[in-house]
Design a protein around this ligand. Structure first.
Ligand code: GLN
Length: 456
């Protein structure tokens, strides 16, 4: 813990840790020492973690990287962080992210962007660590913590993991409780671990997940011993290669990476099969209707009364002016864009044309996966991202759709509620890390982790 705290002190330029909690960390570390000495240390005992700013942590600022939550210090602890601390984990601080987890580059944060510790060859230009869990990815990759929590609504664990050469798993929807995690799009959001390797992900996931009566979508299922399932034996497993994921204009090095992944799984005894997920091309537009719709509803609670910050008011301002001024200055541009899109697709005249249609397409996307799993496919291999990490500022000013295209391989997994993992798998020509994604059957995170283990 002390080594991590001093690493954090030396890594201010990464802007990964936005709120440091050294007193809490040292107190938790001492308690962990006590449990270790007493011989009853759970798996996470004494492990120093960074916590994404989206998780409410009792008595510690939790702002979801938004100005509107300035000054908000929750009275309660999210279920996921409570479970981690009960199993002995140590909190070093809160980590940077895109505002309300909306983004793919960590550039929408009120704290300014986090920085990727990786560079392109000898080029000094700063790169994005990805988003929205960019601070988590940067902190783990730069050894500021041993692991971090992330959340993934459309790729926010897997894309930053791929951009920084670490491992990240989004579990099946319902595996981790969402209670106490600031909501973005409630039918898509899931928490998961971001770690240095697959074994750490297995250990940490087990400590984070499990049934929680406080979240009605949390599954009442036993939590397997994920680490014990890492045998490395994937003989006879059927791995599907979805033909629709061969996108036009995909860089050659991504194709090469994908082919290398197929070869490695085959060498480990897996059977590689071509599969079709025919509704893949509708996934991005479907996601960018459903996610903003749910976000616009979830964000209605930030009104200047209940949480965080209220804009200064002028003499004679009433409640409408208070809402307008607070929300206009408290939410950043991308968040405002999502609210506008979300309220539009939910409005009476457009509900059927957009929101309801997107829900129907979502069902078809889910059914594509059900069909291939019914044909005996155990897991699906795809690239995690369409490129390596890009430069800070490179996409920010462009058309927002360019940024949304980053999520092309990851959003299908959230729409279908499936588990997905990104594992580091080599580098591009300039030495930047690239990730491969494996998508698993619902509730089969153990098998999924084991397949990923064979790729390490
Ligand atoms: N980049 C996606 C978005 O902006 C996904 C974000 C996420 O998974 N939280 O919505």
């Amino acid at each position: 813990t002390e080594a991590c705290l001093s690493a954090i002190e030396g890594a201010g330029a990464l802007n990964a840790v936005v709120h440091k909690t050294p007193e809490i960390a040292l107190e938790q570390a001492r308690a962990a020492d006590g449990r270790i000495k007493a011989g009853n240390a759970p798996d996470m005992c004494g492990i120093p973690l960074g916590i994404k700013d989206l998780f409410c942590t009792r008595g510690v600022a939790s702002q979801a990287a938004s100005k509107i939550l300035d000054g908000f210090t929750p009275e309660y602890e999210s279920t996921v962080t409570r479970k981690l601390f009960e199993s002995g984990a140590v909190m070093l601080g809160k980590l940077n992210m895109d505002e309300f987890a909306m983004g793919s580059s960590n550039e929408t944060s009120t704290y300014g962007n986090a920085v990727n510790p990786w560079k392109r060859g000898n080029d000094e230009a700063q790169l994005t660590p990805g988003g929205s869990s960019g601070g988590s990815a940067s902190a783990v990759a730069a050894d500021l913590c041993l692991a971090a929590t992330g959340t993934d609504t459309g790729g926010s664990i897997r894309q930053p993991a791929a951009f920084t050469g670490i491992t990240g798993i989004k579990p099946t929807y319902g595996r981790c409780s969402r209670w106490g995690i600031v909501a973005f799009a409630s039918s898509l959001d899931q928490a998961g671990p971001m770690t240095k390797d697959v074994r750490d992900a297995a250990i940490m996931l087990e400590a984070m997940c499990g049934h929680d009566p406080m979240d009605s979508t949390s599954a009442d299922l036993a939590v397997p011993d994920f680490e014990a399932m890492l045998t490395g034996d994937i003989k006879g497993k059927k791995i599907g290669i979805p033909r629709e994921y061969h996108m036009d204009g995909m860089p050659e090095e991504i194709e090469t990476l994908w082919a290398e992944g197929r070869r490695m799984l085959q060498a480990a005894g897996a059977e590689i099969v071509d599969i079709s997920l025919p509704h893949t091309k509708y996934a991005l537009p479907t996601y960018y209707v459903i996610a903003p719709a749910e976000a616009s509803s979830n964000l209605a609670r930030y009104d200047g009364v209940r949480y965080g910050r209220r804009a200064p008011l002028a003499q004679g301002d009433g409640i409408t002016e208070m809402y307008e001024k607070t929300r206009a200055e408290g939410f950043g541009h991308e968040v405002q864009r999502r609210i506008m899109v979300g309220t539009y697709v939910l409005s009476a005249g457009f509900y059927d044309a957009y929101y309801n249609r997107a829900r129907k397409v979502r069902t078809l996307i889910k059914k594509d996966f059900e069909d291939v799993f019914a044909q005996g496919v155990d897991a699906i291999l795809t690239p995690a991202t369409p490129s390596a990490a890009f430069g800070l500022g490179e996409m920010k000013e462009a058309d927002p759709v360019q940024m949304y295209l980053n999520d092309v391989f990851t959003v299908t997994v959230n729409l279908a509620g499936l588990p997905g993992i990104s594992v580091p798998a080599g580098t591009d020509r300039q030495g930047l890390p690239l990730g491969l994604q494996l998508i698993g059957r619902p509730w089969e995170e153990g098998d999924l982790l084991n397949c990923a283990y064979a790729l390490e």
